[in-house]
Design a protein around this ligand. Structure first.
Ligand code: FES
Length: 151
């Protein structure tokens, strides 16, 4: 009996293309801005109902996001949303982030299936929390030393 690993790669990709856009597949397979940002100015994380974790780190200069990174152990859609949202927010002033929406992330990905839209919502919510963290750290710099990465 043929196992999943016997299915040719091209056929697997063809199946995936029926559900996901080229942009979504590209961001999932070649994610941008992955990994922890040491000494980040802003940080936030969330563990979803599915049990998967999503984290964001921000570097801020002159009230502008100069660097953004993410990490997740979630699904391909969550990886693509993390990759895309970090690309969208780089170079943006902090004052613009409250206007960021999941729809912007979904549109930048060329659409997402309904069942994956919560991944975009979560990516945006965690970015907004990381911005709040950065603003608080700017006012109370000692906070950064006490920040803990939650397990
Ligand atoms: S992040 Fe858990 S299902 Fe997508």
């Amino acid at each position: 009996m043929a196992g999943e690993s016997d299915i040719p790669y091209e056929q697997v990709l063809e199946n995936v293309r029926r559900f996901y856009s080229e942009s979504m597949i590209d961001h999932a397979m070649n994610p941008r801005n992955v990994g922890e940002l040491p000494e980040a100015d802003g940080y936030a994380s969330d563990t979803g109902d599915c049990g998967d974790r999503f984290e964001i780190w921000l570097r801020i200069k002159n009230d502008t996001i100069t660097e953004a990174r993410f990490w997740t152990d979630g699904c391909a859609a969550q990886i693509a949303c993390g990759s895309t949202v970090t690309e969208i927010i780089k170079g943006k002033p902090l004052t613009e982030i409250h206007r960021l929406t999941a729809r912007q992330v979904v549109n930048a990905l060329g659409g997402l299936p309904e069942e994956n839209k919560h991944c975009a919502l979560r990516a945006v919510a965690v970015v907004k929390e990381a911005v709040k963290d950065a603003i608080l750290n700017g006012r109370e710099p000692w906070r950064k030393g006490y920040r803990k990465r939650q397990g």
